[in-house]
Structure formats: C-alpha cells, structure tokens
Design a protein around this ligand. Structure first.
Ligand code: ZN
Length: 133
C-alpha cells in the first residue's frame, strides 16, 4: 500500500457540505461526479497534498444512505493508493482480510477500487484505489 489517497466523508446534503468545505479548506471543489452504480454523488477537494471526498447518497438503497441512517454524517472511509490492485487484494486476502462483494470495480475519480470489510479492520472501512491514468 502507498500513501493515503483520500479520506471519504458521508454527508446528507452535498450542496451544503460543498459550501462548508470550501470555507474550511479555502479552496473550491475541483470535481463533482456521480457514480450511478454505487448510488452516490461525490465531490473532491484538494488541500495541499491531501484529498477529501464528500459522498452523498442518490437513493435510499445506497451504502451511503444506510451508513448515514446508522451512524450519521462523518468519516466514512480511508482510501490508500495502490500500484497494482489485483496483487494487493491477493496479498491482503492471504492475510485474512475480506474484500466486500462486488469489488474491484471502477469508482469515482478515474480509479479502480475495492473496499475491505470494516469488521476486519477495527471498524475502519478501507478503500484501495489504483489510478487508471
Ligand atoms: Zn473513496
């Protein structure tokens, strides 16, 4: 695994949170993108070398909607950059980590992504993402 690629934050209202994070970080969102297959709308911010991804649910069945219902707004996941997603998944499965069903698949921001089950990672939903260039 490489550096932390971004931190994902679940929000109820992306428009409201976009304004909030613009004020907080002092920069506007540089990209908004809907990932229909995941039922999310995302917004990305860069602050120095760091990236923040805001996630809003676009339907009641989306994982973000369920998360918000259960836990409310807040840090949803931590994403690590990887060079070779398939190799990293193999390594982690060999260590006993569980990849969530349906992954890897293409995610937001031109990345191939997979998530590790939070039960195996001290409750922290962990994303692996490989830049598709
Ligand atoms: Zn993410």
């Amino acid at each position: 695994m490489d550096k932390i690629e971004h931190i994902g934050i679940a929000v109820k209202d992306l428009a409201v949170s976009n304004t909030l994070f613009e004020k907080l970080l002092g920069v506007p969102s540089y990209k908004m993108e809907e990932v229909a297959s995941e039922g999310v709308k995302t917004s990305f911010f860069k602050s120095g070398p760091n990236k923040i991804e805001l996630l809003e649910a676009t339907n009641a069945d989306s994982a973000i909607a369920k998360y918000l219902e259960k836990k409310g707004e807040g840090i949803h996941h931590i994403a690590f950059a990887v060079d070779d997603l398939e190799a990293e998944i193999k390594r982690l499965e060999g260590e006993g980590f569980v990849v969530l069903p349906g992954f890897p698949k293409n995610g937001a921001d031109n990345k191939r992504v997979a998530f590790l089950h939070p039960k195996g990672t001290n409750g922290v939903l962990t994303e692996l993402c490989q830049d598709l260039g």
